[in-house]
Design a protein around this ligand. Structure first.
Ligand SMILES: Cc1cc2nc3c(=O)[nH]c(=O)nc-3n(C[C@H](O)[C@H](O)[C@H](O)COP(=O)(O)OP(=O)(O)OC[C@H]3O[C@@H](n4cnc5c(N)ncnc54)[C@H](O)[C@@H]3O)c2cc1C
Ligand SMILES: NC(=O)c1ccc[n+]([C@@H]2O[C@H](COP(=O)([O-])OP(=O)(O)OC[C@H]3O[C@@H](n4cnc5c(N)ncnc54)[C@H](OP(=O)(O)O)[C@@H]3O)[C@@H](O)[C@H]2O)c1
Length: 518
């Protein structure tokens, strides 16, 4: 056990210590406890990821005493270790590579035509860099947020008020379950062969350069985002999708725009299809995937299969030890105060189910802390902005056009580029980081639409494909919830060239009593 209570390590020192612990199985835990604080813990957080760390930080800020226990030697959880952060690294790489592929041999761009670039080098680069953020989280949690913790040791729940870790037992007034989720596995023959990865094993275990064909199972965010990266590296990329891809984007026109562009960039979508068998070579590495398609079974030769078919909650220990109620998929049921079915036991983050996103994890922790500290607070997750990365950033909020038309009788749509036969050949929308596309490949310069209820003039949906608008969407979503109208949007001051044209499009139409689309 390494007691860090009286140390004040720099970020660089934390980075070295974390690196050492990660590279050594069975390495010592870190313990940081305040011996001068005689209070019982207000909450023990099992898991120091986004939900546990933010919950503990908030509870500490409110004057409470939290303890975090995490089996990893760092705080911050899966997001910086194997989920969001690598995905953003791969998405940045995909956007850069796709730019270079699109303009190969023009201007200063190297010729990438027919060239495959390394996946392994990008994975290795991420693995070398990820301890920096980990170290910052440990430093910040200890030195700035006064959070006590035991790291690099799994917690065992003894009862709703007692946790065992690293050979010690800790008592607490409340327990907060924050142990996250893990990737689901394919349930087919050969699923355990090497060469079959999910988002976590990819960054831990990739030790060879994948060949020229990649097979991806799934059609959700993870599948699409990683497939875009694999495709951008120059590999044949086949997505095996049980139903339809991009189902989370509730606007058909936006989905079609994206899928058309991805197909043009070489991605293959095998719809209504499933992997039925994976075969290995003499070394136990996958060598082919058999896929059932509507036309029959086909075999694809590949040494690299990426599986992204959703998440399973890490709820087994809490169910066995406490009998907390779960839904049919094992996600822990909570009320709007983040309380489980067991008194004094709360649950937050991915463990409580959809949406599995950072904002919900962090806010869930914060709401649990408030309730534990006696401030009754209810969290209802709804009407949030969302996004995904292809080689574009895609952001959306509110209703898609189809649902808007079902719910409102007078729907007005403002879109860019114009919906005409040659609309997509114009150099619009143009915005930062899309200007080369706008000038040299206008078809690829992006797409956006604003959906308005023509009667109340309120914005009810917004969709953006391109780069640079994502930041704006989190503020736009807030305004839309408050009833933002086309007239109010037209009154705002745009930072021209703004990647979304919403303000200027609204200003062009706001003068008319009867709104018309464009
Ligand atoms: C590929 C991918 C990309 C993503 N990208 C994004 C994105 O761009 N934006 C976004 O908002 N969301 C993204 N997400 C979702 C986001 O990563 C999660 O919503 C978030 O990390 C959940 O936080 P959490 O605290 O619930 O769980 P985690 O961060 O997973 O934390 C759980 C913690 O519990 C610990 N733990 C588990 N069991 C025990 C035990 N017995 N004892 C001690 N510790 C234990 C684990 O070590 C871990 O640190 C992505 C997810 C994936 C899979
Ligand atoms: N914000 C981000 O950028 C980001 C990025 C990545 C992940 N995440 C979060 O992380 C979570 C996990 O992401 P995810 O993409 O893995 O999960 P997901 O969103 O739940 O999507 C799972 C996909 O796999 C398919 N599927 C399920 N079971 C299957 C099976 N047995 N065989 C074949 N396909 C199957 C589903 O198809 P059906 O539709 O037919 O069920 C769906 O297309 C998500 O909740 C997501 O919000 C966020």
């Amino acid at each position: 056990m390494t007691d860090v209570t009286y140390t004040s390590w720099s970020i660089a020192r934390w980075s070295e210590e974390i690196e050492t612990r990660l590279s050594m199985a069975g390495s010592e835990p870190f313990i940081n406890l305040n011996p001068d604080d005689a209070r019982e813990f207000d909450a023990i957080f099992i898991g120091g990821g986004a939900s546990g760390r933010f919950g503990a930080g908030y509870l500490s800020a409110m004057g409470g005493r939290p303890l975090i226990v995490d089996r990893w030697p760092f705080l911050g959880g899966s997001c910086p270790h194997n989920a969001c952060v690598p995905h953003h690294v791969f998405s940045d790489a995909a956007a850069q590579l796709m730019l270079e592929r699109t303009f190969s041999g023009r201007l200063w761009f190297q010729n990438l035509a027919d060239r495959i670039v390394s996946i392994k080098e990008v994975v290795d680069m991420f693995r070398r860099g990820r301890n920096g953020p980990h170290a910052v989280m440990n430093y910040q949690s200890k030195e700035q947020l006064n959070i006590e913790f035991v790291l690099n040791a799994p917690a065992e729940i003894l009862d709703a008020h007692t946790v065992a870790v690293a050979g010690r037992q800790f008592r607490t007034r409340n327990l907060v379950l924050a142990s996250g989720a893990r990737a689901r596995k394919l349930d087919v023959e050969g699923a355990d062969l090497s060469g079959i990865f999910d988002h976590a094993s990819l960054v831990e275990r990739l030790d060879y350069e994948p060949g020229s064909t990649v097979v991806v199972a799934g059609g959700g965010k993870t599948a699409i985002e990683y497939a875009c990266f694999f495709n951008a590296t120059g590999r044949r990329t086949v997505l095996v999708v049980r139903d339809q891809p991009l189902a989370m984007i509730k606007d058909r026109e936006t989905r079609t725009y994206l899928l058309d562009r991805m197909r043009e960039q070489g991605m293959e979508f095998w719809l209504h299809s499933e992997i039925t068998r994976l075969e290995g070579d003499a070394n136990g590495r996958v060598r082919s995937a058999t896929v059932r398609t509507p036309e029959g079974e086909t075999r694809i030769d590949t040494d690299f299969v990426f599986v992204a078919i959703g998440a399973r909650p890490n709820s087994e220990m809490a169910v066995a030890a406490l009998g907390v109620a779960t839904d049919e998929k094992g996600f822990i049921r909570v009320d709007s105060r983040m309380r489980t079915s067991v008194p004094d036991v709360y649950a937050v983050g991915d463990l409580v189910g959809s949406p599995l996103e950072m904002f919900k994890a962090r806010k869930g922790g914060m709401y649990a802390a408030r309730n534990i500290m006696g401030e009754e607070s209810h969290y209802h997750v709804k009407d949030y902005p969302d996004f995904l990365h292809t080689h574009y950033e895609v952001s959306w909020l509110g209703l898609g056009e189809e649902e808007a038309r079902e719910r409102y009788r007078n729907v007005v749509v403002l879109r860019m580029p114009p919906d005409t036969p040659d609309g997509h050949d114009v150099a619009l929308p143009a915005g930062d980081r899309m200007m080369l596309y706008a000038m040299m490949a206008p078809r690829l310069s992006g797409f956006q639409k604003l959906i308005i209820d023509g009667d109340t003039r309120r914005v009810i949906g917004a969709f953006h494909v391109g780069c640079g608008a994502k930041e704006g969407f989190q503020y736009l979503a807030h305004l839309v919830k408050q009833g933002l109208t086309v007239d109010e949007l037209g009154e705002m001051d745009e930072l021209f060239l703004s990647p979304t044209y919403f303000i200027q499009l609204c200003r062009l139409r706001a003068g008319s009593k009867v709104l018309k689309g464009m």
